[in-house]
Design a protein around this ligand. Structure first.
Ligand code: FEO
Length: 177
């Protein structure tokens, strides 16, 4: 059984993950229009991941006899001046999701809700990985600079990360089988 305070905070997180999914979808679409296919694939995958994060919370809340609420979605930003600006926005977005997860954890600790605390551990690890990945991309963007072919090289780097991610996921699935 969830306390009212925890339930409200989890429902807020459902909305946050849903908005993150929509935001990544808009970013993917922007990248696709710019011909940045590596970045577009990255954000389409990321959008699906955020939807999965949202779904996990919905199932958890309902399993705990709560009522998972699906609220109205914010309209995501659809235009960016540069790929650099876009990845900086992604980093800020992930940092605010991490803060929201920490806030949720403070509530579950306060309420001695061990089940929710345990459930949220997965999100803590996931956020650490996501933030590290975006920082890696931002570092590469800085190294590549803004020269003539920089967009091509940035897109290549992100494409390499997509391939790496695909391999890790395939490895994970093999481990599960
Ligand atoms: Fe589910 Fe990247 O926050």
């Amino acid at each position: 059984m969830l306390s009212e305070k925890t339930l409200q905070a989890l429902n807020k997180q459902i909305a946050l993950e849903g908005n993150a999914s929509a935001s990544y979808l808009a970013m993917a679409s922007w990248c696709e229009r710019q011909g940045l296919n590596g970045c577009a694939t990255f954000f389409y995958d990321q959008s699906a991941e955020e939807r999965m994060h949202m779904m996990k919370i919905i199932h958890y809340v309902n399993e705990m006899d709560g009522h998972a609420v699906i609220s109205e979605q914010e309209k995501p930003k659809g235009e960016y001046n540069s790929v650099q600006e876009l990845f900086k926005a992604v980093y800020q977005q992930e940092k605010s999701v991490t803060s929201a997860i920490y806030e949720l954890l403070s509530i579950s600790d306060e309420e001695s809700d061990h089940s929710t605390t345990l459930f949220l551990q997965w999100y803590v690890a996931e956020q650490r990985e996501e933030e590290a990945q975006i920082r890696t991309i931002l570092d590469k963007i800085k190294l590549i600079g803004t020269g003539g072919q920089s967009l091509y090289f940035i897109d290549q780097e992100v494409q390499n990360i997509n391939a790496q991610r695909g391999q890790e996921e395939a490895g994970g699935e093999e481990g599960v089988a």
